[in-house]
Design a protein around this ligand. Sequence first.
Ligand code: DC
Length: 228
Amino acid sequence: MQKVIAIDGPSGSGKSSVARRLASYFKITYIDTGAMFRAIGLFLDQEGIAFEEGPELKTALSKLKLEYAVDDKKLVVINGHDVSTLIREHRVSGLASVVSQLPSVRSFLLDFQRELGTKIVCVMEGRDIGTVVFPQAFCKFFVTASVEIRARRRYDQLVEMGQSDISMEQLIEDVQKRDELDSNRKLAPLKRAEDAQLVDTSRMNLEEVVESLASIAREKAQAIGLQL
Ligand code: DC
């Protein structure tokens, strides 16, 4: 058994907020794997490296130094540059979705995530944590919500960040497009692991979701003799 609480689900399902809160509830590390794909997408874009398999990408990845949660303020540092804020820009969501389909990027991040998660007890959040990265995780959740609710949450987030130049219609379309890409890609597609508990957050508030997940996680931890 791996001492990881795996939380997967589509964008805007609320899984990041839930994962972060759950980690702080148990005082364990929170790992946001989407932030890593975002950082690599941003980096390749900034360096003008083509988003395709080939020697250029392989060389860039072999030289890449990725650091996660260096301190409280720096979530992701890539080749010495703190990109924690930049990766939240709307355009970076699209870049991340495209790079996440490249086998060498997935393989690079798979090693990175496994290395991070094997040493500690953590909540790791993404699309393929319960299916590919930590298939033996002791506790798995698949968090989802309706497309409209997910687009609305994203809209509120962007407005809060001062980016209000995007319409709800556009966001609904973007959410659907990303779901399509994430669920249908060949490698590590977004899908619920058979043993993952399904959580629909459309009509639940954050507190309710966290409480319910915490009690399930505690039970599962007890069953394997893990003190949470
Ligand atoms: O969770 P997010 O929106 O920050 O993720 C950004 C992109 O990265 C999203 O298109 C899906 C991809 N991703 C992935 O393929 N596998 C993961 N474990 C996490 C994210």
